[in-house]
Write a protein that binds this ligand. Structure first.
Ligand code: VG1
Ligand code: CO
Length: 543
């Protein structure tokens, strides 16, 4: 087997976003595109020769080919061992767990997560460090910089590796070990949660549906919910990971999982429904005629997580991303535990988790996780909820209404304007930013702006500063609009507008969020001059 250095030219668009590199498959397929990126990544790691690397993916189109390219580069770069999920499949949380369990130096996860799949869809490459945490800001900046100067990569002439059979194969100085995609993760969930207790819910007749959206969680969900916990066969739907997700957009929210939402608002609704995204790190939970808002979910998890024995006495603190609603803040305050506010993206939670400052964290984008592993974890979140239902004997709706009763209901909504011209979106943000000093005191549609700022973050562990993380406009302490540009798209720009409003008037708890937030939505369009700058009047996705 020959190892050779191949000359290459850098690409100038390999900048990592909110969660790794995300591009259209047509871009990824360009000559040496993956090779450049992966070699740049390895060039930024230290002392990896002879060490272990994990590789997994969500099974989307091009997963198979990309893995073979990466294997050759990793072997040529002299990793000692490469652990890879069977058929190249590992969910993001499963990869994170495997990295820590097998003491790997890190892992490459091939996924564009919630982005659309299929031959014309998106592809992505993420890197998790030795803690199984998304590459921190410092490393992602270093990798992005390296991709702009790279002039060679190492590869080998080895044949494609058979990834269908569990076991070990040796190539040069590297052992390639194919492992079960699900075993380690499932065992770990059994250590964390009291499965016997959750099983009683099913034994007592709780009806349940889990929509894997034809993405990576199907095999995990079938094993956990049907085979072990005893949910009725067929409870897990869209359970086969398909390269094109069977035409579904694997983003579990009110827009893209509408089929599930619709079912939950019929008379045939099961007692509990959940769905997950392309790579299995997001979750959505629904109850009959009831949608659990992810920000409320984080608040309730903060209230009850330590009723689960694994977490007893361990709730050191909680964190939410800045655009996540302030529902959790009230719980943190009443429990007298610290609350941290981070920029969007899981990579900002890593240091807090490693330092033990927080036990739980979450995002409004259907992400939640704990110190059990350092990625967000969709199936974990569902199991945490089922455990809490078992511990408290209450329903999802009861627990949520109790939260509202105690501290008011915080309506929370994300309005996304997708597919904008990048230039228009940047102009809009720049203009808003320039207006910041003049906004306080301004009245729009009867609401007075009390504060406006561009969110900046100082990492409490490393003191690293991160600027420009979203423009926040406050109307007193109970109403807020946040503007930011998405960092996960593959072309054009997506403007994200987050709307929050707290009401303590229980007569309004059942208001429809679209109505409750209509004025704030209108204000967001007025102060950003949306129509003039982008030609848009209405969002393309509301979640
Ligand atoms: C979005 C969400 C963010 C999440 C990120 C990755 O980022 O807003 O909360 O962490 O996706 O999720 P952005 O920059 O597009 O707003 V995943 O499950 O797609 O890796
Ligand atoms: Co995801």
């Amino acid at each position: 087997m020959d190892i050779t250095a191949i000359k290459t030219e850098p690409y100038n668009d390999q900048t990592l976003g909110t969660s790794g590199l995300r591009k259209r498959i047509s871009v990824i397929k360009q000559k040496n595109y993956i090779e450049n990126f992966v070699q740049s990544l390895f060039d930024c790691l230290e002392d990896f020769e002879g060490k272990t690397l994990v590789i997994g993916g969500d099974g989307r189109c091009y997963n198979d080919q990309a893995i073979q390219i990466i294997l050759k580069i990793a072997v040529a770069n002299q990793f000692g061992r490469i652990i890879i999920g069977q058929n190249g499949i590992l969910s993001t949380p499963a990869s994170s767990h495997v990295i820590v369990k097998y003491e790997a130096i890190g892992g490459i996860i091939l996924s564009a997560s919630h982005n659309p799949g299929g031959p014309d869809g998106d592809f992505g490459i993420k890197f998790d460090n030795e803690h199984g945490a998304p590459a921190p800001q410092e490393l992602t900046a270093k990798i992005s910089a390296r991709t702009r100067t790279i002039d060679r990569f190492w590869t080998t002439d080895m044949p494609d590796v058979d990834l269908s059979t569990i076991g070990e194969q040796i190539f040069g100085n590297t052992v390639i070990q194919v492992i079960s995609s699900v075993d380690d993760y499932v065992e770990y969930m059994q250590e964390i949660f009291d499965f016997a207790k959750i099983k009683k819910l099913f034994d007592n007749g709780m009806t349940f549906i889990y929509d894997a959206m034809n993405a990576v969680t199907g095999p995990y969900a079938v094993r956990i919910f049907e085979d072990i916990l005893g949910a009725e066969k067929g409870s897990v739907i869209h359970e086969t990971p398909l390269p094109d997700f069977g035409g579904l957009h694997p983003e579990p929210n009110l827009t893209y999982a509408k089929h599930l939402v619709d079912l939950m608002y019929t008379e045939n609704a099961p007692d509990f429904a959940a769905a997950s995204d392309g790579d299995g790190d997001r979750y959505m939970i629904l109850a009959p005629s009831f949608f659990l808002n992810p920000s409320d979910s984080l608040a309730i998890l903060s209230q009850y997580l330590d009723t689960i024995p694994f977490y007893q006495g361990k709730l050191s603190g909680v964190a939410r991303s800045m655009p996540t609603s302030f529902a959790v803040d009230g719980v943190a305050k009443s429990r007298n535990i610290p609350l941290y506010q981070t920029p969007t993206g899981w990579k900002f939670f890593g240091n807090l988790l490693t330092a033990g400052k927080i036990a739980l964290c979450g995002e409004e984008s259907f992400g939640a996780g704990s110190f059990h592993l350092q990625e967000k974890d969709g199936i974990w979140a569902v199991l945490a909820w089922l455990s809490i239902l078992a511990e408290t004997g209450k329903t999802v709706e009861q627990l949520t209404r109790e939260l509202w009763q105690k501290q008011g209901r915080v309506f929370a909504m994300l309005q996304s304007y997708e597919g904008l011209a990048t230039e228009d979106a940047c102009t809009l943000m720049a203009r808003l930013n320039a207006q910041i000093p003049n906004l306080p005191g301004t009245q729009v549609l009867g609401e007075t702006i009390t504060e406006a700022f561009n969110f900046a973050y100082t990492d409490p562990v490393t003191d690293e500063q991160t600027q420009n993380q979203g423009i926040c406009i406050l109307f007193g302490s109970d109403k807020r609009i946040v503007f930011r540009l998405s960092g996960t798209g593959s072309c054009g720009a997506t403007l994200r507008v987050y709307l929050n409003k707290r009401t303590t008037d229980s007569d309004h708890f059942n208001d429809c969020p679209i109505d409750a937030l209509a004025t704030l939505a209108e204000i967001s369009r007025i102060i950003s001059d949306l129509k003039k700058l982008t030609g848009r009047q209405m969002p393309t996705a509301i979640t």
